[in-house]
Write a protein that binds this ligand. Sequence first.
Ligand SMILES: Nc1ncnc2c1ncn2[C@@H]1O[C@H](COP(=O)(O)OP(=O)(O)OP(=O)(O)O)[C@@H](O)[C@H]1O
Length: 269
Amino acid sequence: MSSLSESNKSAPGTSSLAVKVDDLHITYKTTFERKPTLKSALMRFGRGERGVFEVEAIKGVSFEVANGVSMGIMGSNGAGKSTLMRAMAGILPPTKGSIEVWGKASTLLALGVGFNPNLSGRENIILGGLATGLTRVEVEERADEVAEWTELGEFIDMPMRTYSSGMSARVAFSVAVHMKPDILMIDEALSTGDAKFREKANAKMAELRDSARAMFLVSHGLNSIQEMCNEAIWLNKGELMMRGEPGEVIDAYMSFLKVKKTATATEEI
Ligand SMILES: Nc1ncnc2c1ncn2[C@@H]1O[C@H](COP(=O)(O)OP(=O)(O)OP(=O)(O)O)[C@@H](O)[C@H]1O
């Protein structure tokens, strides 16, 4: 069974839960044009052969997150961290298994994807706010404050296609944190800004962590996970390797990386 539900009410017996992920599998299917060999091209008069590439990005992951938890998600490139976040945010449907989210999830991922490059930062803030489920009145009430918070000056009224990636990230971050999410999801790759903005962003995240029902932070910066989170999970090749107190999970992940590095080096020799 695949299901994704979002509600403001808690299910009976699960009143303290913010998120429940049960036996989640996510498989990406991509069709591509196979590179033809000379022989196959001649046989098929040059028409490329379609291939299907399947990636099992999440393989049977289960966990529950209680209210009040700030969960760090760590793992190597391609481990499935962003895929898991996209699934919890409702952007990607489960291939198998289920995800239940109690409350409104606000995510940088969802908003970053939704931006229209031909509209200004300010216009995208309004669209982003509407996308999170706020009413037009609520969005208008907050739009100026959100725009101000980006510190983009007059650039806020320029089309977003003229922005650097750090400037776009400021807009995405600002929208996500100002829309009063119950469940805050932050993919650190998207919250990149310069040192000064980062400091401001970290302070805002800490404030929200205390008011939101739960927070998820995907990061390669293990220090941020240690500082911001009270629980952590480690994913490797789509599987849940460990869950626990951030310090313990970081230690296990670090020793796994060292062992792997030595093993690779040995193989090379
Ligand atoms: N849109 C997509 N189509 C096909 N495969 C994808 C897609 N997005 C991700 N993948 C694959 O799914 C796997 C997990 O990717 P994901 O982006 O979730 O990893 P990640 O842990 O967030 O990595 P990183 O630390 O590099 O951001 C990878 O093998 C990746 O190639």
